[in-house]
Design a protein. Structure first.
Length: 149
């Protein structure tokens, strides 16, 4: 009889690093520029339209700059225990999937709400699967049916 490997009842903790997304920064810049173009294409008087177009474009760049400047952080999802961010406990963590985006909502020890999103460029497929399994929120499967068809 072949020896089967002993399985552990406890999974290793999932350790993920969050960092700002280049895709999101690019999208914010494009949205600011598109908003400026939309204002110019409207029937507003030329001077206010140009001022508003410049303001919306600059706001898009400002938002992208703020997003890119956010510090990265390390998340640990233990098998049985508290989820931590940079060593501090995350209270009431809730993971929400929106297509390829994973958004994590939580409260810090002061009760302040926080939110971070993993975009496809910051969370590869293997890490995405590991997050689904480790978080235990939403389950590992996208399909809600209890059994196969």
């Amino acid at each position: 009889m072949a020896n089967s490997p002993h399985s552990s009842s406890v999974s290793a903790p999932c350790r993920l690093e969050w960092r700002p997304s280049r895709l999101l920064c690019g999208a914010l810049i494009l949205l600011g520029m598109a908003a400026g173009w939309a204002v110019l294409a409207s029937e507003m008087p030329r001077l206010p339209a140009w001022l508003l177009a410049v303001a919306t474009t600059l706001q898009g760049f400002r938002q992208a700059w703020r997003e890119a400047a956010r510090p990265s952080c390390v998340w640990i999802f233990p098998a049985n225990g508290r989820v931590t961010v940079d060593g501090l406990p995350a209270h009431e963590p809730r993971l929400v999937w929106r297509g390829p985006l994973a958004v994590l909502h939580w409260r810090d020890r002061k009760g302040v709400r926080h939110r971070l999103g993993w975009w496809p460029d910051t969370l590869p497929g293997a890490a995405r699967r590991e997050l689904r399994l480790a978080a235990g929120i939403d389950g590992a499967s996208r399909d809600r049916r209890p059994m196969a068809p």
